[in-house]
Design a protein around this ligand. Structure first.
Ligand SMILES: Cc1cc2nc3c(=O)[nH]c(=O)nc-3n(C[C@H](O)[C@H](O)[C@H](O)COP(=O)(O)O)c2cc1C
Length: 334
């Protein structure tokens, strides 16, 4: 049987080359711990949590697992306070994205943690390697969340592997099951960074109706768009299922941002009671109320190979098993 061990699994001290990508507020201690307990790597997104909440979710995760887990910070927001908290709490893997990791490398390494940096291009990957990243995530255009990648993962992944090797490279976007993991390993990746697949888990903070729409959707139901906003630099693209707000905007002749029909509508509320406005980039969490179908419904093109909501541990097991079977099948042709 083919082993799935890679240089990244040794580096990160995990069993399987599968990372649950930081999926914003859908990350929970339960999700990260379940993934890590299953032998993969769970991640918490801290960018938009208050410092006290950031410390709290790290501690909760630590209570649920003895295995390594990581945290992510998006560099469009000042990471100073949350990074210091994560390092004080002894988090072993720090993921940064959307910016220059250089200013943070020394502090992360001094605390004994690893830096994993996400990029969308070969130039970005070379920059991250020179800055001192221990592993590099390359994101393809197929990905969900906000999308830095401008090319397909199939094209960019081997290019980045050639450019930055032997630094381990992880593939993000377009990967929804074990066949995708096997393909990424064949292209030279040391692992995969899967977001949408882990949105479709019982432990993710995502609304069950939204999860149901993802189960029904195929790759062609997702849209790469700059229509939705919220604190990110203007025109940062994201990938969502086609939704009611997009339909409304298209029917109005695709007006300039800020001039769409229903601009300023309150669509509903988060679990904390904060309003969710039309064309904002908040997706429906498990306890969000209101017109969910008009809210952003992040989903990657890989959504079409996902047919059910599963416990996170079952996702890890099935991705690993299917990857092993795929690689064994290829090996038997040799
Ligand atoms: C709901 C959602 C939120 C995300 N939030 C973050 C984030 O906070 N930081 C980050 O670096 N990436 C974030 N991402 C992007 C992921 O890191 C990853 O690149 C992406 O999910 C891979 O594509 P896939 O969803 O098709 O697997 C997010 C993705 C999703 C779906």
């Amino acid at each position: 049987m083919t082993s799935l061990a890679t240089d990244f699994t040794s580096l990160a001290n995990i069993d399987l080359p599968i990372v649950q990508a930081p999926i914003g507020s859908a990350t929970t201690p339960q999700l990260a711990a379940a993934v890590s307990n299953a032998g993969a790597l769970g991640m918490l997104s801290l960018t938009w949590r208050s410092p006290s909440e950031a410390r709290e979710v790290i501690r909760q995760t630590r209570e649920l697992t003895d295995r390594p887990f990581g945290i992510n910070l998006v560099l469009h927001w000042d990471p100073v306070e949350r990074l210091a908290i994560a390092l004080e709490e002894g988090v072993p893997i720090i993921s940064l994205s959307w910016g220059d990791p250089g200013p943070w490398v020394e502090q992360i390494h001094a605390a004994g943690a690893l830096l994993v940096h996400m990029v969308g291009s070969t130039a970005g990957a070379i920059g991250a390697k020179h800055a001192g990243a221990d592993a590099i995530v390359v994101q393809g255009y197929e990905a969900s969340g906000h999308v830095e990648g401008q090319t397909s993962i199939m094209a960019i992944l081997p290019e980045v592997v050639d450019a930055v090797g032997p630094t381990p490279v992880l593939a993000a976007g377009g990967i929804g099951d074990g066949r995708g993991l096997a393909a990424a390993l064949c292209l030279g990746a040391s692992g995969v960074w899967m977001g949408t697949r882990f949105l479709l888990t019982e432990e993710a903070d995502a609304h069950p109706e939204y999860q149901g729409w993802m189960v029904e959707a195929g790759a062609g139901d997702t849209i790469h768009t700059t229509l939705f906003r919220g604190g990110w630099p203007p025109n940062t693209p994201l990938r969502t299922l086609h939704n009611r707000s997009l339909q409304l905007w298209e029917e109005a002749g695709r007006p300039e941002p800020g001039r769409g029909p229903g601009e300023g509508d309150v669509l509903g509320h988060t679990s904390k009671g904060a309003p969710i406005m039309r064309y904002h980039d908040d997706f429906p969490g498990a306890r969000t109320t209101g017109d969910l179908e008009s809210m952003v419904l992040y989903a990657g093109q890989s959504v079409g190979v996902m047919h059910e909501v599963l416990p996170a541990a079952a996702v890890v097991q099935s991705v690993a098993q299917q990857a092993t079977e795929s690689l064994d099948r290829l090996g038997s042709h040799g």
